[in-house]
Design a protein around this ligand. Structure first.
Ligand code: F6P
Length: 352
């Protein structure tokens, strides 16, 4: 077979590990692998891609980014562009396509599959918000970056007796904030799934400051803090209609308000794209390797129109229809854990 591969949407660590696994499993089966450049953009116009060679796949396992490049191009907005996609696949004699992406890339994959083309998806996003999979490629690496940042911020916060507000990515899901915050010992974690009033935030931070004299607050870029004046509304949207949430400046606004109302110096760290850069964690390398290889096997099974999902110890196919249309938000059991440890830290001052 000749199998196409692309990486779409925001990049993350582990994409190259997935491309490598797809190529090695495909070559083992006697297939050819055609890499399209910059996501769906590589299937528009004349198309942009090439047959992958062993030379370019060797040595990429540990590299961040993606050797194929990525973009937020959405051909599903336009019938003519969907035809260009099909024409490029036909012209290059591609028999099946493996798409590595988040909900946006998977939504275009589903449309292409509905039109009769064989597509298998592989979930990746540091937001970890794709339904039916325990983990998406890139999430674990991003959590490690949040955790390391919190470790570092603890020492400087303590030295200066400051409030440190740390803004993390994640869009409408608080997985990155919750997991990084629990692992990094944050005092307060504010996520989109659980709006909180500014009064409650202030009360909590003041309480905490009495116990330990400094505080670390993690806030997700999409979080809602009721009563926090003039956190900007993100208006600029991408081709999939997503606003650029970093322009809300919620971390900066929160730090300003906390300083003003608690009279304790506050600083903000916006982790931004640092969370998407660098080498993948061991977990992500292994996850990407398993998912990439499973995707090629799935193509050969003939049962396409699915996304490969990590469920417990298995990698299983889930129909695109079940995955799309809703995001996986933070499980309520995590909220309980967050509350328990935050309160324990307040009570006896053991939270770092
Ligand atoms: O979906 C991944 C993500 O990093 C989000 O957490 C964030 O809101 C968005 O992408 C940023 O996108 P861009 O790199 O296009 O600014």
């Amino acid at each position: 077979m000749r199998i196409g591969v692309l990486t779409g949407g925001g990049d993350c660590p582990g994409l190259n590990a997935a491309i490598r696994a797809i190529a090695y499993r495909a070559w083992m089966r006697g297939d050819e692998v055609y890499g399209f450049r910059e996501g769906w953009a590589g299937l528009l116009g004349e198309g942009n891609g090439h047959l992958l060679s062993e030379d370019e796949i060797g040595g990429i396992l540990h590299l961040g980014g993606t050797i194929l490049g990525s973009s937020r191009t959405n051909p599903a907005r336009d019938e003519d562009e969907m035809r260009q996609v099909e024409e490029n696949l036909r012209r290059r004699e591609i028999e099946a396509l493996v798409t590595i992406g988040g909900d946006d890339t998977l939504s275009v994959s589903a449309k292409l599959s509905e039109r009769g083309f064989a597509v298998v998806g592989v979930p990746k996003t540091i937001d970890n918000d794709v339904p039916h999979t325990d983990y998406c490629i890139g999430f674990d690496s991003a959590v490690a970056i949040v955790g390391e940042a919190l470790d570092r911020l603890h020492t400087t916060a303590e030295a200066h007796r400051r409030i440190m507000v740390v803004e993390v990515m994640g869009r409408d899901a608080g997985w990155l904030a919750t997991t990084g915050g629990i692992g990094g010992g944050a005092d307060l974690i504010i996520i989109p799934e659980e709006p909180i009033s500014i009064e409650k935030v202030i009360e909590h931070v003041q309480h905490r400051m009495r116990a330990r004299s400094f505080s670390i607050v993690v806030v997700a870029e999409g979080a809602i803090v009721e009563g926090l004046a003039s956190s900007a509304v993100a208006t600029e949207v991408d081709q999939f209609g997503h606003p650029r949430l970093s322009t809300r400046g919620i971390g900066t606004r929160l730090a300003e308000e906390l300083e003003q109302r608690t009279h304790v110096e506050a600083r903000v760290t916006v982790l931004g794209h640092v969370q998407r850069g660098g080498s993948p964690s061991m977990f992500d390398r292994v996850l990407a390797t398993r998912m990439g290889a499973a995707a090629v096997d799935q193509v050969h099974s003939g049962k396409t129109g699915v996304m490969m999902a990590a469920q417990g110890l298995d990698i299983v196919p889930v129909p695109f229809a079940d995955v799309l249309g809703h995001n996986r938000t933070v499980d309520r059991r995590f909220f309980r854990l967050v509350r328990q440890f935050v309160l324990a830290g307040e009570r006896d001052g053991t939270a770092k």
